[in-house]
Design a protein around this ligand. Structure first.
Ligand code: GLC
Length: 799
């Protein structure tokens, strides 16, 4: 235990005894004799904010991370006082504040401690920059595990690790390398099967130590700003994640095509090459919805321009691609080439929109176009200007979507890889240096891009991608995990990163499938596509200087395997879209790590490879060469092997066969999985019936299917269709109840049920209490059934 004297000796300051307490509705203020104020805000019954001021003064309350739509309101707030403590109680949590030290302890109403301060808040004054290094230390509970923290390329369970948050262009990063492209200072703690979460809303470089330096201590600190964190009370991880996601927000629904398969490379040019790639997809009948144009489409890497030699008529080209079912996605970087004849540069100069250094000169740095200046995206006027720059691209030329890259911002040939720390920023009216603005620079860039794209693709939906991100960026943009490498280790990293991002509130995420740097062999490429089709964003991208990385680049065996898995993704589009709907409306992560899925099974606490895709599909990638299968953990419950239909009772490890054309996939019993026919691109075919793959269960299971017009905003006016199915299986009976919400009329008239594992022969059917002749339902043996989509109860009787 560190004593206060030792702390002082190390230059740390810490609060002493409380001398004043005040309550202002949902805010409680505790002031210490040495001028520390702890402000506790009860945001919701289970979301509590803790904020500390030193010298009696809070900074202006401002956050880029917290969503304007975050829920507020609680049912109960009671404060009581004893000689030594204050107690604050909501309907879910109890907070103790120690009068002598300002330390806190958080428990449930039964007194189970979820989280408690060790030293608690302490700080060091920063002589050079002013302000403080703000620190918090907590007691690590026995057997505690830690999850979350965005894109960290390390074991899913962070116990024993120290990580830091400083968004960084980390080309060809390795396992355990830190920091990477994202800064998401949010973690989940789990002990005694009870989970809580902490979000440290501070944009400075921050550090988290999960019992790494001292075995019994978990701490986090930042180079400046305030100690300002939110506590989320579980006890379920799923609730913690939902509370965090509610606070920092979710995206709107993307257009459905954004969930299709996408093909990218640095770079496809000239036009004839782009067309050739498009043609190959259609000829080989490999579904694909989007082609990406990397920086070489630009004129000398100047954003918002075209290289007229390679793309003489971009508008016509994109129109033709669209006719063939391809969307065009173009890259836009933050660095604006210093070129007095370039209109974007001129405009930004005239308006004073570029970042300046501490003493006034423009901040400049080398990126692809050579020396560049950088717009200050933390200035709302700059964002509004930037959004307008998309007008011509989107509204007039027909660009469909935009990816923002290098927005850490990346600067070449300097050791820091980014802007100098004295670079100044507006920070939405709270002027500061790059120390504070760095982590949100990319977020504010893509926010401006999102606003512009949204305005100018209207009435269509915007789709945007970003590389850099801070907590809350998920409101504006999808993301990818940056410049990975074509190695087996990176396949492992991709799997962990996507799960971790999903648990950190950011579900619309994918990796450069196959690897960005270096060249995968066919086997690695096939295994990576198998995993990638189960990631929310599914795009092959590569640096392109090592050879081709298209689905057909590795011989016919691999092409056939890749096609088969991309086809599976297209069949699962309604399932994936429903996952997205659940993410946007309820904050449910699209991928669920096993610990999220079943935290009470301690076997799951250290698993990394397996995850649940949506509610009902268990996925486990093969991550080694020459494998004919792998060992994996099957979580508790009963699961159908997707390939063999064998039913497995989970709660154990198992060897699962998976030659190169298969990967371990299991469907949870009772699931009803919606499927569309294979299409070469979204919207190619009219959906004539909805396939429902039903996996029999003795017992009850819920499934749902969300659909709408796949584009546009009608769904926000109630034009959507949400079907909720309740399956009730008995030994000789199967009941399916349907409840439908929303005013969207789905284009098909009927469902085709495919039965898996039905333990009886169908002898009679009733639809909404009326007997129906079996022959009218076109039973294909005992295996499938076509029924009108409008039933409320389908009753199947067996013998
Ligand atoms: C960066 C990006 C990569 C892109 C390249 C060229 O390395 O991460 O995706 O292809 O820049 O624009």
């Amino acid at each position: 235990m560190i004593t206060n004297t030792e702390l002082e000796y190390k230059g740390n300051l810490y609060p002493n005894q409380i001398i004043d307490f005040k309550q202002d509705t949902d805010k409680l203020y505790f002031t210490t004799e040495n001028g520390v104020i702890l402000q506790i805000t009860v945001m919701r019954n289970s979301t509590i904010r803790f904020r500390y001021a030193t010298g009696h003064t809070f900074e202006p309350d401002f956050s880029y991370a917290v969503s304007e739509d975050a829920s507020r309101g609680y049912n109960r707030l009671e404060v009581t006082e004893t000689d030594n403590e204050y107690y604050i109680e909501t309907t879910r949590v109890k907070i103790l504040v120690d009068k002598a030290s300002l330390r806190i302890q958080i428990s449930d109403l039964e007194g189970n401690i979820f989280n408690e301060d060790e030293i608690g808040f302490h700080w060091e004054e920063n002589y050079e920059y002013g302000g403080n290094t703000v620190k918090m230390s907590k007691i690590t509970q026995t057997g505690e595990s830690f999850y979350g923290m965005g894109d960290k390329a390390t074991h899913l369970n962070l116990k024993g690790k120290r990580v830091n948050n400083w968004v960084t262009d980390q080309y060809a990063y390795g396992k355990d390398q830190d920091p990477l492209y994202k800064a998401i200072p949010f973690y989940i703690g789990l002990h005694q099967n009870k989970a809580y979460g902490i979000f440290f809303d501070n944009t400075f470089r921050s550090y988290f130590d999960f019992a790494h330096e001292r075995r019994n201590v978990t701490s986090f600190w930042a180079d400046g700003g305030e100690m300002n964190y939110y506590f989320f009370f579980g006890p379920d991880i799923s609730k913690v994640v939902r509370l965090y996601t509610d606070l920092t927000g979710t995206p709107e629904l993307p257009p459905l095509w954004a969930l299709g398969y996408h093909q990218s490379k640095w770079s496809y040019f000239p036009e004839s090459r782009v067309k050739e790639i498009a043609k190959q997809f259609r000829e080989l009948r490999i579904p694909c919805d989007a082609i990406y144009l990397d920086i070489d489409y630009m004129d000398g890497f100047r954003c918002f321009t075209w290289d007229k030699d390679h793309f003489p008529e971009p508008k016509r080209m994109m129109k033709e691609l669209k006719e063939d079912g391809f969307k065009t996605v173009v890259m836009i970087d933050p660095g604006i080439k210093i070129d007095k004849d370039y209109w974007v540069y001129q405009e930004a100069m005239e308006k004073g929109y570029f970042c300046r250094r501490g003493d006034g000169p423009y901040m400049h740095g080398k990126v692809w176009p050579g020396e560049c200046n950088f717009p200050d995206f933390t200035n709302p006027d700059v964002r509004a200007w930037w959004a307008e720059l998309y007008k011509e691209f989107m509204a007039e030329m027909g660009v469909d979507a935009v990816w923002n890259d290098m927005n850490e911002p990346a600067v070449m040939e300097v050791p820091s890889k980014t802007a100098p720390l004295d670079t100044r920023h507006n920070f939405d009216g709270h002027p500061c240096t790059h120390r504070k603005a760095h982590n949100v620079y990319g977020m504010q860039m893509v926010r401006a891009t999102y606003e512009g794209v949204k305005k100018y693709v209207y009435p269509k939906r915007p789709f945007v991608i970003t590389r850099a991100a801070f907590a809350g960026t998920q409101r504006y943009s999808s993301t990818w995990t940056g410049d990975n490498v074509a190695t087996w280790e990176h396949l492992w990293i991709a799997n962990v990163q996507m799960q971790r991002m999903c648990m950190s509130g950011y579900s619309f995420v994918g990796s450069d499938i196959g690897g960005f740097a270096e060249q995968p062999n066919g086997e690695l490429f096939a295994r990576w596509v198998q995993l990638g089709v189960f990631h929310p964003f599914c795009r092959v991208h590569s640096s392109g200087d090592h050879g081709d990385q298209e689905p057909w680049s590795f011989g016919t065996e691999v092409t056939d395997i890749v096609r088969k898995f991309i086809e599976l993704r297209y069949q699962l589009l309604p399932y994936l879209y429903t996952m997205f709907y659940q993410y946007t409306t309820h904050g449910i992560p699209m991928l669920q790590s096993l610990v999220y899925y079943d935290q009470e099974d301690s076997q799951t606490h250290f698993r990394t490879d397996e995850f649940i895709f949506g509610d009902h599909i268990l996925v486990c990638p093969v991550q080694e060469p020459n494998a004919q299968g792998r060992r994996m953990y099957i979580p508790r419950g009963k699961w159908y092997d997707f390939w063999t239909e064998e039913v497995i009772v989970g709660g154990k490890e198992k060897w699962v066969a998976a030659d190169l054309d298969k990967m371990p996939l299991f469907i949870k019993e009772g699931a009803i999985i919606p499927k569309y026919p294979v299409q070469q691109y979204v919207g190619e075919v009219q959906i004539e019936e909805l396939v429902l793959d039903l996996y029999y269960k003795e017992g009850v299971e819920l499934s749902s299917v969300y659909e709408d017009s796949q584009e546009g905003f009608d769904y926000t006016q109630g034009k959507y269709s949400l079907r909720k199915f309740k399956l009730i299986g008995k030994p000789k009976e199967l009941i399916i109840q349907q409840h439908k919400d929303g005013a969207f009329i789905t284009p098909y008239e009927s469902f085709k049920f495919n039965f898996h594992g039905l333990p009886f022969k169908i002898s009679g059917i009733e639809i909404d209490n009326e007997k129906v002749a079996l022959k009218d339902l076109k039973i294909n043996g005992n295996n499938s059934l076509i029924v009108d989509k409008n039933f409320t109860e389908l009753h199947i009787v067996g013998k």
